[in-house]
Ligand binder design. Structure first.
Ligand code: B3K
Ligand code: ZN
Length: 882
């Protein structure tokens, strides 16, 4: 382990030195790439005291030489993570040139951070602190430099040699090697540097900006995959246009390149002018990608493009401010997806992320505010809190200031800060000043962690007083912070009377602002049911003592489709939880107890479904039962195996009760199947049929099995194929295995598609799941060094195979721990991502907790543990000590 030292936000100091330009000369070689870096450095005159050594960051570098203004220096000091030029050597120089030569080994770089070689292509990933694995530098986001990059590589092997900015020279040198030079005129932090060299297929297009500039668009994919790049490229053009129309933001360079690679730690990276993408988020056609894949590709292409302004032109002062660019850019990509595809589906997807993952993070040992205060390994803070809760915070600003107020704030933000590295406060200040608003209380969202819980009570109308809704808020202490304050919460709501009609409320934009611990709202009606937190207008949990009848009323009559969906989820949650509780209270837990759902409930559900015949999008959402992860949020001291059983029973019962409706509707729908095209209408058609088949599959009859088989056989696209496989997974194991084998035969050579196959296997309730996982890990498509593969197999198992992972004897936990100990030595970033299900122990019963803890202790005992795993595992173990 290197030193596990935490850094604090409060320790921020401006850099004593600035680097205005950097000339990099990179000679590519698999094991001995040489890097010569020429830095023009000057004193940062805005810093008062000047007696500091120049401390450059570096990791895993072989230093060859250091020249100061052309002269060899020997006075430098080198330690494991730094190259230090003593103040004495530079004190008389206001500006100087430092040239550093070093070598690196891309072939052995399994961390996929810095420069690495995979599938015969060189690729870089520098965010957050990977540039220091390429050369010595001030590796921090507030040092902005102009880059000129010269790359030497073999012509035949590497026809495409790319870096940021514009191509300025492409020659052959005296050694017969290709020499390509790129220049990026926009000063940028080193985390946005990129270099790619390989043999790709190229797809070209162009975009004319609103001011008439022509931008070349180039997409690079693996040989033979060219035709699978069209959707990504057209998504890019939509994103460019959307940002011009929505925020008045135009692209600034002459070329925009996107490269898809198979080995990548995350989804994509917004390097200036040269995005690098995980091929999973680029490659798509009807045969290999689902509608969800098409949706995600458009969204991620948009996200990385939007970073060009929110992240690149205006960047972060320090890494604690990460949400400045990520929260804002996620919000922007959500608005884009809502406009391009569907507001409802985009919102529901996002709310699921919040409820299933972010609430769990906030309740666990890694709880942190969207602007963290203390970090050991920065890569551990690319979290659902920083990204998704961060986006919810931006959304609340949008709700409070309105569309035009928000736009005015964005305009002022760019006017003030273009070309700078700034803080979250700078962003909120721009919003505040542009709107003449007071956002001081609102800023607490940036520093307070935890999920606020809002309780609402109805105070009945009396002779003298109107009916009243009484609101109160509280945030429980989190692992990182004990004391919590009341936050500024916009709560969108409506009220409906018991006959279903809606009550007029005295609210601006239907939003009640709760900014104190308690407050109330008068409602001028005899009685009503409140429909709370429409659109999930604040990232909070809401408690109101609804009866099942009231939830059914909301399901039928709420104005907002989102609220109707939310009510459906509460209804399912209620049914499953009640059944789970009755199962936990029974003596012999191994006896399966049948679930009973009232006929009245079934009747109303069916009536609602029938009425929505022409709204397939909403209907498919209403037919989807909450995931186990989201059910967990409403429970404590959970026996996960019993919860899975309860859920299965209730869905089985629902499926049986609705079966004749579902079968008739499903068959009518399949008659309307058309050739595959990705657009909202046909995607919703497929979504509905697949949701129906999935629900039907919980009632395992021969008729349903035949329907599943038929769907698989007739499917002309990946969405329906996967729909059939997921249904089979719920229904009969032998049918599932049979179809999975067919699927493997058809797609065994397609790496991206096979990830779906690995993941389906890993989430199946096989009795011998661990043996299966071991066997699958020896499949020829599996490679432990490829994060997509590891996530599909081991990640899917740990996150989503509740029964297998939480096996009573602790074998699932042991399996994960063993795997992570090995993976940590290759790729600590991915290992630290996958440890999440083991550290989020809150909510589970003592038995699970004890067994999980044992495995965490085994991981902790590892002498060469990375900072990444150390930070998460030690925090989880520490939470027991409290
Ligand atoms: N900014 C990158 C994420 C980098 C993660 C570093 N561990 C992708 C994105 O959010 O757009
Ligand atoms: Zn991002």
């Amino acid at each position: 382990m290197t030193q596990s030292i935490s850094k604090k936000r409060s320790d921020y100091r401006a850099p004593e030195y600035l680097i205005d330009t950097i000339n990099l000369f990179v000679r590519l070689h698999p094991t001995e790439t040489s890097v010569v870096s020429e830095l023009n450095i000057r004193l940062n005159t805005s810093v008062e005291r000047h007696d500091a050594d120049l401390c450059l960051d570096g990791q895993d570098l072989q230093l060859k030489a250091v020249l100061l203004n052309g002269e060899r220096v020997d006075s430098y000091v080198q330690n494991q993570n730094q190259l230090i030029i003593p103040y004495e050597s530079i004190k008389d120089l206001k500006e100087f040139t430092l040239s550093i030569s070093n070598t690196i080994n891309p072939q052995d770089n399994g961390s996929l951070e810095g420069l690495y070689l995979s599938n015969n292509a060189y690729c870089t990933q520098c965010e957050a602190e990977g540039f220091r694995k390429i050369t010595y530098f001030l590796d921090r986001p507030d040092v902005l430099s102009v880059y000129t990059v010269k790359i030497e590589a073999d012509k035949q092997q590497f026809p495409h040699v790319l870096s940021n900015g514009n191509l300025i020279e492409d020659t052959t040198n005296e050694r017969g090697l290709r020499c390509v030079t790129w220049h990026d005129p926009f000063p940028k932090p080193c985390y946005l540097f990129a270099l790619v060299a390989g043999d790709f297929d190229k797809l070209s297009d162009s975009f004319t900006t609103s001011s008439g500039r022509e931008v070349a668009l180039e997409l690079f994919v693996d040989k033979g995959k060219r035709e699978q790049g069209h959707h990504a490229l057209s998504s890019l053009k939509k994103a460019m246009k959307w940002d011009e129309e929505t925020f008045g933001l135009e692209y600034d360079l002459d070329i925009y390149m996107v490269v898809a690679v198979d080995f990548f730690n995350m989804g994509a990276m917004e390097n200036k002018g040269l995005n690098v993408f995980n091929s999973k988020y680029v490659l798509a056609d009807a045969n290999t990608a689902t509608d969800d894949d098409f949706f995600n590709i458009e969204s991620i292409i948009g996200h990385e493009y939007f970073h060009n302004w929110t992240g690149n032109r205006v960047t972060c002062r320090d890494w604690f401010q990460l949400s400045l660019k990520e929260g804002l850019t996620v919000f922007r990509d959500q608005k884009f997806s809502a406009d391009m595809f569907s507001e409802l589906a985009t919102r529901i997807n996002q709310v699921k992320v919040m409820r299933e993952h972010q609430f769990a993070e906030d309740a666990g040992p890694m709880s942190h505010p969207i602007r963290p205060d203390e970090v050991i390994e920065m890569n551990n803070f690319y979290t659902v809190t920083v990204y998704d809760k961060g986006a919810e915070v931006i959304r609340m600003l949008h709700t409070l200031l309105g569309e035009s107020g928000f736009r005015a704030g964005m305009d002022l933000y760019f006017e003030r800060h273009d070309g700078q590295a700034v803080t979250c406060d700078d962003f909120v200040n721009a919003m505040q000043d542009a709107n003449d608003a007071d956002l001081n209380h609102f800023k607490l969202w940036y520093s307070q962690s935890g999920t606020p819980e809002v309780t609402v009570e109805k105070i009945p109308k009396t002779e003298h007083e109107p009916m009243r809704l009484q609101f109160s808020q509280t945030t429980s202490p989190t692992s990182d912070q004990v004391n919590k304050q009341a936050l500024y919460l916009p709560i969108k709501l409506e009220c409906i009377e018991y006959n279903g009609s809606s009550v007029a409320l005295d609210l601006q934009q239907g939003t009640f602002v709760l900014d104190t611990e308690t407050a109330s709202l008068d409602v001028h009606a005899n009685d009503c049911v409140p429909v709370l937190l429409s659109d999930f207008s604040a990232p909070v949990k809401v408690h109101y003592d609804y009866s099942l009848e009231e939830l059914l009323l909301i399901l039928q009559h709420a104005q907002s489709d989102y609220s109707r969906w939310d009510a459906s989820q509460s209804i399912y949650q209620r049914l499953i939880t009640q059944h789970y509780e009755s199962m936990t209270s029974q003596k012999n837990k191994d006896v399966v107890q049948a679930s009973r759902i009232d006929n009245d409930v079934i009747e109303i559900l069916q009536k609602v479904f029938v009425e929505l015949e022409h709204e397939p999008e909403l209907l498919s959402e209403l037919l989807t039962v909450p995931s186990t992860e989201s059910l967990m949020q409403g429970l404590s001291d959970v026996d996960p195996l019993l919860l899975v059983a309860a859920k299965k029973n209730v869905i089985g019962e629902l499926s049986r009760a609705l079966s004749s409706y579902l079968i008739t509707r499903y068959q009518a729908l399949t008659k309307l199947d058309k050739d595959y095209v990705y657009n909202k209408e046909s995607a919703n058609h497929r979504r509905l049929s697949n949701a129906m088949l999935y629900l039907l599959a919980s009632n395992d009859t021969e008729e349903v099995q035949a329907m599943i088989q038929d769907r698989y056989r007739r499917a002309d696209n990946m969405t329906d194929l996967l729909g059939a496989l997921k249904a089979a997974q719920q229904s009969s194991l032998s049918l599932f295995e049979d179809l999975m084998q067919k699927f493997e035969e058809s797609y065994q050579d397609n790496a991206v598609v096979m990830d779906k196959w690995f993941s389906l296997h890993a989430t199946t309730s096989y009795s011998d799941i661990l043996e299966r996982l071991t066997l699958l890990a020896s499949h020829r498509q599996f490679n432990m060094k490829n994060p997509n593969k590891v996530r599909s197999l081991v990640g899917s198992f740990a996150f989503y195979n509740t029964a297998g992972f939480h096996a009573k004897d602790g074998s699932g936990y042991r399996f994960l721990a063993d795997y992570l100990i090995n993976l940590d030595a290759i790729n600590p970033q991915v290992a630290a991502r996958l440890v999440t299900p083991l550290i989020q122990r809150n909510g589970y019963n003592q038995h699970c907790n004890d067994l999980m803890k044992k495995q965490l202790e085994r991981i902790m005992a590892n002498k060469t543990l990375s900072n990444d795993l150390f930070e998460k595992v030690s925090k989880s173990l520490l939470s027991d000590a409290d």
